[in-house]
Design a binder for this molecule. Sequence first.
Ligand SMILES: [Zn+2]
Length: 481
Amino acid sequence: MHSARRSELCFSLNYGISYRGILINNHGVTHDQHRAGSMKTIHPSLYRGTILHFLSDPAIDGPAAYEFIEDGVLVVDQGKVVAIGEAEPMIRALDHPANLTDLTGYLLMPGFIDPHIHFPQTEIIASYGRQLLDWLQRYTFPAEARFKDPRYALKMAEVFLRELLRNGTTTAAVFGSVHKTSVEAFFEVSARLNTRMVCGKVLMDRRAPEELCDTPESGYEDSRQLIEQWHNTGRQQYALTPRFAITSSPEQLQQTQALSRDYPDLLLQSHLSETPEEMALVAKLFPDARDYLDVYDRYGLVHERSIYAHGIHLNERELARLKETGASVAFCPSSNLFLGSGLLDTARLDKHGVRYGIATDIGAGTSFSMLHTLNEAYKVSRMQQATLEPLHAFYLATLGNAKLLHLEDRIGSFKQGNEADFLVIDRAATPLMKLKQTHCESLQEQLFTLMMLGDDRAIKQTYIAGQLRHDRDRHMPDHND
Ligand SMILES: [Zn+2]
């Protein structure tokens, strides 16, 4: 189906790399003369299919921003990307290796990355008829209260991570509940799967049911213990996670600042400017702050490792301050539409040079699928007379979101040495997608069809560090393996 090579979209690899005695470059694989004889040590796995990944933002760098190989091969060894290239020469030079998986016709891409999602809200997805502050009281808080029970948290962590993998999301920045147990359960399951995940215990010490409130001191201590136990343990990373300004007292924000100083390499995740009602309450609770962002800024929580979900109703000063500090916004289109919070004007963020990514925000978001989320983002852009370009959309879902999490040197692209989290995508997953793909004449059209019609059905397989962890078409062994 995709055998015709489209020359305008093909970009040869411009790096030649030496891999255990083999030189792999855009001409394929040849013996490295200086290290000849080490052939026997090579046991990479090869995956043949159509390859797409991004090197930079196509909205800025155009065709130089991505590599697309119609008949390509992805070479993986010990969980890392060794190379990508044209299939025929690489397979020939490796003397037709036995460990070649033929995925011809499928699209191989780096795993999707979701920079804003709540794991204890999995079961309240699609809860009816409320806007933000009501929705938190009516649905979210009762659901999160259940995560005090470690067995329940463990069970839901299994469900949540399995759902991410089914949807092709291989890394996410995840909110736990206020309970330390929720994050312990999450990291335990994630470590077993070897997924690269970022998670933090929610900090909230007021304006929530008593059983969901910590204190400035306990929030600090629980976070510290989780950091010491889990941060950079295998592929797990901790993020400081004050829920939002409304549910944290000034004393708690001070303690968060102290943690931020103690552990400067941590990401910080929170919410900002989601609804006018929320903003009015923040202004009342923090009368001395210039605006919503200033509340966080006063406690040193606005910096290049901060990710704020939403940012829909920001003023000019806040946008300038986000740009100045390098803090970023997570655009959550399905959540914003579902709660009626508003339309994020990404063109305005671009104009101010504010970094942003794209996220599901489960459980207010209505799908775990990043494909579905790109669909909703496109519609939000059209409502504002803008157009989300498909290449830019897929950049955001992979390398763009990796940059938001400061993980672009590990995930988000097929750069040599990156962790081999990748997807096998079925562009003809449904009869309608199959029909529509036959009318696609460019990569852009193919990707657009995928993001408008695709969802978990289009994710045929998900690999984590070179290991198959989800297969749409067959039952996978239990994650306890
Ligand atoms: Zn959220």
